[in-house]
Write a protein that binds this ligand. Structure first.
Ligand SMILES: [Zn+2]
Ligand SMILES: [Zn+2]
Length: 246
C-alpha cells in the first residue's frame, strides 16, 4: 500500500531518448512527474494484474488526454497475456461518458508475448514467468550493452535467476520478513532469498524493493549482505541508479 511520500511499484528506465516504466502502481504517476514529462514516456510494461502494479494508468490516461501536451503520441501500454480483458472490464464500469475510447485514445494497448522480445526504440525487453499467485512476468531491459532486470512479484524462482544472469542492476522484491518465510502458498521472497537469487544470477548490484512498513531496511540489508557480496541497497522513492557507462 502507498504511505506518506511513498508509492507502490513503478520503475522508470531511461536510455538515450527512450523512457519506459516497469509497473505503474498507486502513486507512480505523481512520482513520475518529478523525473519526466508524462508525454515523453514511450511505454508502460505491467508485470501482472494486481492493482498495486498498474492502477496509475488511470491518472496517466487523464494526463495524456487533458494535460498540456506538445505532441499527440500514444503511449504503448504493454500488459501480460489476458491483462487486456481485465483492464477493459475495469474501465467498462466507469460512467458511460468517460468510457468511450477511454484507453484507446491515449494508449496503444497490447499484450506482450512472454517468450518474445519487445523493442521500444533502443531498448530491448524480455520476460520470464515468476512464482506468484496470478500469472506474473519478470522483465529484463537491455540497451547499449547495459541491463536492468526487475523481478516483479515472486517467490524464489529459477526462471527469474536465468533472466537476471549477469545483469548490472537487479531490482528484486523482498516482501516477506524472514519470520514469515514459511507461510504457504508462497508468492513472495525474503531479503535473504532475493540475495540468493542475486548471487545465483551473478548480478552486479541488487536493489531490494516491494517491502512493507513491517520491514526494517537495516535488517533487510544485513540479511542480504550475508548472502550476496556485490553492492546491495534498499529501494526508496525517487532513488536513481546508473547502469553501464551512460
Ligand atoms: Zn502481486
Ligand atoms: Zn505486488
Amino acid at each position: 500500500m502507498p504511505r506518506p511520500a511513498r508509492a507502490c511499484s513503478a520503475y522508470l528506465i531511461q536510455h538515450g531518448g527512450n523512457a519506459i516504466v516497469a509497473d505503474f502502481g498507486t502513486g507512480a504517476f505523481s512520482n513520475l512527474r518529478r523525473h519526466l514529462s508524462f508525454e515523453d514516456l514511450d511505454a508502460v510494461f505491467v508485470s501482472h494484474m494486481h492493482a498495486d502494479h498498474f492502477i496509475d494508468v488511470v491518472p496517466l490516461r487523464y494526463a495524456l488526454k487533458y494535460g498540456e501536451r506538445t505532441n499527440d503520441r500514444k503511449v504503448a501500454l504493454w500488459l501480460p497475456p489476458e491483462g487486456e480483458a481485465m483492464l477493459r472490464a475495469i474501465v467498462a464500469t466507469f460512467p458511460r461518458e468517460s468510457r468511450h475510447d477511454f484507453l484507446d485514445e491515449v494508449f496503444d494497448l497490447r499484450e506482450y508475448q512472454p517468450a518474445g522480445i519487445t523493442q521500444v526504440g533502443a531498448l530491448n525487453v524480455r520476460f520470464a514467468p515468476t512464482r506468484h499467485y496470478i500469472p506474473t512476468y519478470a522483465l529484463r531491459c537491455e540497451a547499449g550493452g547495459s541491463s536492468v532486470t526487475y523481478s516483479g512479484d515472486t517467490a524464489p524462482c529459477d526462471e527469474v535467476v536465468a533472466l537476471a544472469r549477469s545483469t548490472e542492476l537487479f531490482l528484486c522484491e523482498a516482501t516477506l520478513l524472514s519470520s514469515n518465510a514459511e507461510y504457504s502458498p508462497r508468492g513472495h521472497s525474503t531479503a535473504r532469498e532475493a540475495a540468493e537469487m542475486a548471487s545465483a544470477a551473478a548480478v552486479k548490484r541488487l536493489v531490494l524493493t516491494h517491502y512493507s512498513t513491517a520491514s526494517d531496511p537495516a535488517t533487510m540489508l544485513a540479511e542480504a549482505r550475508g548472502i550476496f557480496h556485490g553492492d546491495v541497497v534498499v529501494a526508496d522513492d525517487n532513488a536513481t541508479f546508473e547502469a553501464g557507462d551512460t
